[in-house]
Design a protein around this ligand. Structure first.
Ligand code: ATP
Ligand code: MG
Length: 195
């Protein structure tokens, strides 16, 4: 399965989602994460070789692809419309992560406008949801009213997600009492994809 993670906005959890979904998919079959972001965030995250799957740059990926069952593509923020189209057409599923922030939701609705005519399979994932506020619930309502395909699972705002990259690990391997919650949510997202 080829899964592309994209969004028109930066900082919405694309790389975090790509890394944790790749970790989930790797549990069942060899998975390659292609870092198609010029900032090389996923490659930097993988530098200490502690991630449980293989990460390659876009330039380094063509020779590798055939060796893997699942491919997860992490992309840069603000892709051109054409880039988004190419990505969408080459993938089985496009995941659009968004925080509940109104501006991010707005960008997600714009991305959907670009994707909708392409008749591709896409799904919105709410990320960085602060359980202390009703923002997540409010955002879900807006997205549901707009009739967007939406993951039932949402990703909570957790310090462990911010800190895991500096240790080169996924959240499951970060020593924090709440880190397990973060990993279980990405596992649930993975299950929603694989049903
Ligand atoms: N669920 C979460 N809880 C807390 N912090 C998070 C969560 N998800 C992501 N973050 C943090 O938010 C910031 C942005 O996340 P991330 O890098 O995954 O987004 P991105 O969309 O890939 O950003 P960019 O557009 O810069 O590539 C990072 O500091 C990351 O650690
Ligand atoms: Mg990123």
């Amino acid at each position: 399965m080829i899964i592309a993670i994209t969004a028109l906005k930066g900082g919405v959890g694309k790389t975090t989602t790509a890394v944790h979904l790749a970790a989930y998919l790797q549990l069942s079959a060899p998975t390659l994460l292609i870092d198609a972001d010029k900032n090389r965030s996923a490659l930097v995250w993988s530098r200490e070789d502690k991630l449980p799957f293989y990460v390659a740059s876009q330039a380094g990926s063509p020779g590798l692809i055939k060796k893997f069952t699942h491919i997860v593509i992490d992309t840069q923020a603000r892709p051109e419309a054409e880039e988004l189209e190419d990505l969408a057409q080459g993938s089985d599923l496009v995941i659009l992560p968004t925080t509940p922030n109104a501006l991010d939701i707005d960008s997600t609705l714009k991305a959907v406008e670009l994707l909708e005519p392409l008749k591709i399979n896409y799904k919105v994932l709410l990320t960085r949801v602060d359980a202390r506020t009703t923002n997540g619930r409010d955002a879900r309502k807006v997205l549901e009213e707009a009739k967007l395909p939406l993951f039932k699972t949402e990703i909570p705002l957790l310090v462990a997600f911010q800190r895991a990259p500096s240790r080169g690990v996924i959240v499951k391997d970060y020593p924090d009492p709440r880190a397990g919650i973060g990993w279980s949510r990405y596992r649930s997202v993975g299950k929603e994809i694989m049903v």
